[in-house]
Write a protein of this length. Structure first.
Length: 367
């Protein structure tokens, strides 16, 4: 059995001054405690039979204390056994060895603290510093708008077509945009990341009274109705423009904006009683588009048709934006297959008439 030891003895052996900031946690509790690699970490040995606590959300994909350290520290980062003074790297340490001794894990510099929420914030501040990157120092909220949209769309693309690794990378790119905008605001004393975290935390808790309060709901539709009611009350409290559609972002692409508008309308009772009513409205709008006799009227009727098609998608459990993106990808893929088929048969695709092109298209489509 290991000799008893006090916290003061461990800190002395580690050469740490508590006033400078120190973290202490049992090896068995590494998965459940929100420690940060930017501060020294003393890992306390765990006695046999101690059950691990539930893992911390955000790190719960890692199994075992060694896996937690491997996610947060570089593979060659050293740990020092406080009893023997021996050092081993994170990569060399096993769970049993980690649990059996007291260890000092030295802190990471900001540029190495890559798996912590605080690391990227420090890196972005460094980029914006007087001796930072000229390009980053020149950016503003306005200049980064395009990149924010690009990263959001690339994240959606990773969800639809990428690997888990692709999605993790794109979520990181998207998170960088959030961090940079918070950095810009912090530099002029408007807000910082703590305000961003608090804002979304307060909002989500408030809008889920059926989870964090005593409200009872019986369906997802009832949740949406409560959500819109709470949002409307929030807008009133903040003195923002009234009305159920006041918060629809003007920068949203038309299809998702239309869906949000119609979801809000439906939550307020403005909807068809069944999907047959939506089908009938689609047929009505299509006929009105056919009958339109000048460009302005056609534009009007085309908009009405697209608007009701978005609602039809919702009734069928489909996202119109996702459906159209899939159709775009399908067209590109089929066109490539048609060109490949024509090339294999020695045909010049650009010289073929429409009937011959359609025949190739149908052949590819029916494969």
């Amino acid at each position: 059995m290991a000799a008893p030891r006090s916290i003061d003895q461990l800190l002395a052996a580690a050469g740490l001054e508590p006033a400078d900031g120190v973290q202490l946690v049992s090896a068995q509790r590494l998965a459940s405690v929100a420690f940060d690699p930017s501060l020294p970490l003393v890992i306390l040995r765990s006695d046999a039979g101690v059950e691990p606590a539930p893992p911390l959300p955000g790190r719960h994909a890692r199994k075992g204390p060694r896996a937690i350290l491997g996610a947060l520290y570089p593979r060659q980062h050293p740990l020092r056994d406080l009893a023997t003074g021996d050092s081993v790297s994170v990569d060399e340490l096993g769970d049993a060895q980690l649990l059996a001794a007291d260890w000092l894990v030295p802190p990471l510099a900001a540029v190495d603290n890559l798996a912590s929420p605080h690391g990227m914030a420090a890196i972005s501040a460094r980029l914006r510093g007087p001796d930072g990157c000229p390009w980053d120092r020149r950016q503003t909220h306005a200049t980064l708008r395009t990149y924010l949209l690009e990263e959001a769309y690339e994240t959606v693309d990773a969800i639809e077509r990428g690997t888990p690794e692709d999605l993790a990378q794109e979520l990181g790119d998207l998170l960088l945009q959030v961090i940079l905008h918070a950095q810009f605001a912090a530099e002029v004393g408007e807000f910082d990341l703590t305000d961003v975290y608090r804002s979304i935390g307060v909002k989500i808790v408030r809008r889920h009274p059926h989870v964090f309060g005593d409200v009872e709901v019986s369906s997802a539709e009832e949740v949406l109705t409560n959500w819109e009611t709470i949002k409307a009350a929030e807008r009133d409290e903040a003195g923002k423009p009234a009305g159920p559609f006041a918060g629809v972002a003007r920068a949203l692409p038309a299809l998702p904006a239309s869906r949000e508008i119609q979801e809000r309308a439906s939550a307020l009772g403005w909807d068809w009683p069944n999907v047959e009513g939506v089908w009938a409205k689609v047929a009505e709008e299509l006929e009105e588009l056919r009958a339109a006799d000048h460009p302005e009227a056609r534009l009007h009727e085309l908009g009405d048709l697209l608007f009701v098609l978005v609602r039809l998608g919702d009734w069928l459990g489909l996202d119109a934006e996702e459906a159209l993106r899939a159709a775009n990808r399908r067209f590109i893929a089929r066109h490539g297959a048609v060109a490949e088929l024509a090339g294999a048969r020695g045909l010049d695709l650009s010289a073929l008439d429409s009937e011959a092109r359609d025949a190739l298209w149908d052949e590819v489509k029916h494969r």
